[in-house]
Design a protein around this ligand. Structure first.
Ligand code: 5AD
Ligand code: SF4
Length: 466
């Protein structure tokens, strides 16, 4: 698309003028979706859009949807319904992106008259053309095609001013866990080349002041398989980048945790002391029905190896409570696993049947009540484990990046995120603006859900580098 700035602050693109406009975006779901939203915003900025938090002043209303559980779906449908009065008042373009749009795009357009277009997860880089079509007066349309090119090649786009960036390194998922919709909404696995990622991160560090990166993928530790490369290799290369302080990655599958990856956690200086490794269930029979391809014993062995390689290692996980036909005994096995694994945090969900997945096809004897009770039991057991794990932090000192200023009972509190992914709060003794400073904090008190510390050292914005 050709672009020329005109005197009216409008941008001329093809046959249309794009005056300054506002986009209101609502993102549901995982970090991948949030990162996609940021990418879409960066494309929209080229069409003269700026973001707004006020839906009332929006010219473009964009939903980036999530299909992982029914709750996320319901939220989107109800928010979409609420846009009706808005479009009656003024000329607004409404669009839906993301995982629901990928599988339901055509139906959404038919059913919701306020929608101008819907598009899937593999065409977000074409959002400019789609917005253009909408302003050119095209009838409502949907685009849910897959990118068929051999390579997954992109450049990370950031629109924020923070020193943290997400970097997509692999898209899609080939695992087809029996409960999961992701392989249908995100397509097959495709990795970026290692050289490209390293160049991308170097550029972010050098030109955008990025100091912390989180490598993203639905199945991030499957990275590179298609190209004879690996996540451990990539982490080794990123470790050498001067100016980069911390590297995280998420989300991993236990099946793809290699010995090299375990070793990397013991040797690499910049790799975070944290691994999010969803276990889903503590019962081998449930894991088999989930098609997870590992046993509880294998999983526990893996996290033991990680902790041996790096004694600072903190492990978090995901649990699905009430998988179809889960017996009481199988559920109890999950509670036992939580006590053994000593996770630092667990995202626990009640199983939610997703149309098209294997698990949703058969019969299921469990009721919502049973699922709800099991979910509560998982959370209760984990809360006790977590309180104990967090107690172990007391008296220890952690390096962290300050990410937020808040207030608690009228007192200023700064919050930072440690390498092991814990949030620690501290009360300042002076007026310094600590945002994006690297600091050391000593943890004084903890509960299952919060850690309070005191500032021990302040290294400033670049961790002491000029
Ligand atoms: N029901 C409940 N939880 C699910 N997850 C994925 N699919 C479902 C489902 N159908 C959970 C898994 C996964 C996390 C991102 O969402 O725990 O790790
Ligand atoms: Fe879903 Fe399993 Fe793929 Fe994770 S690994 S995205 S749970 S299919």
């Amino acid at each position: 698309m050709e672009q020329n700035a005109s005197e009216t602050n409008s941008i001329r693109v093809g046959d249309l003028d794009f005056p300054p406009r506002k986009v209101w975006m609502k993102t549901y779901g995982c970090q991948m979706n949030y990162h996609d939203s940021e990418r879409m915003l960066s494309h929209l900025e080229k069409l003269n859009f700026t973001a707004t938090d006020d839906q009332g002043e929006a010219d473009l209303v964009l939903f980036n949807t999530c299909a992982i559980r029914d709750l996320a779906n319901q939220k989107f449908y109800s928010h979409l319904g609420e846009t009706k009065p808005l479009i009656q008042k003024k000329d607004v373009i409404v669009a839906a992106a993301g995982c629901i749009a990928q599988t339901e795009g055509k139906d959404l357009i038919k059913k919701y008259k306020q929608l101008n277009f819907a598009f899937g997860t593999d065409v977000i880089d074409n959002i400019g053309e789609m917005v253009y079509r909408a302003y050119a007066g095209d009838k409502p349309f949907s685009v849910t095609t897959w990118d068929r090119s051999e390579n997954y090649s992109i450049e990370t786009k950031i629109t924020h001013g923070s020193p943290q960036a997400f970097v997509n390194i692999i898209k899609g998922c080939d695992k087809f866990c029996s409960y999961c919709i992701v392989p249908f909404t995100r397509g097959r696995e495709k990795s970026r080349r290692l050289d490209e990622v390293v160049k991308d991160v170097k550029r972010l560090v050098e030109f955008s002041g990025i100091q912390e990166v989180t490598l993203l993928g639905q199945n991030v530790n499957s990275y590179g398989k298609d190209n004879g490369e690996s996540l451990a290799q990539l982490l080794g290369e990123l470790d050498k980048i001067e100016g980069l302080e911390l590297v995280r990655y998420t989300t991993s599958h236990p099946y793809d945790v290699s010995d090299e990856l375990v070793a990397a956690h013991g040797t690499l200086k910049k790799l975070a002391n944290h691994l999010h490794l969803p276990v889903q269930s503590g019962s081998n029979t449930v894991l088999q029905r989930m098609l997870r391809e590992y046993s509880v014993e294998h999983y526990l062995g893996l996290i033991e190896k990680m902790r041996q390689a790096n004694p600072q290692m903190v492990i978090t996980s995901d649990i699905i409570a009430g998988f179809p036909n889960e017996t009481e005994e199988e559920h109890q096995a999950t509670l036992e696993l939580l006590k053994k694994a000593k996770f630092d945090f667990v995202y626990a969900y009640a199983y939610s049947a997703r149309k098209g997945t294997k698990a949703a096809r058969g019969e299921d004897v469990l009721t919502d009540d049973i699922r709800g009770r099991r979910l509560r039991e998982v959370m209760d057991v984990q809360e006790d484990v977590q309180a104990e794990v967090r107690k172990g932090m007391e008296g220890k000192t952690y390096r962290m990046l300050v990410v937020e200023k808040g207030s608690f009972k009228g007192e200023t509190k700064w919050t930072g995120r440690t390498s092991c992914n814990r949030l620690v709060h501290f009360t300042p003794s002076d007026e310094t603006d600590y945002l994006w400073h690297w600091v050391d904090v000593e943890v004084l008190t903890t509960t299952a859900f919060s850690c309070q510390g005191k500032l021990v050292a302040d290294f400033g914005k670049n961790n002491g580098r000029a």
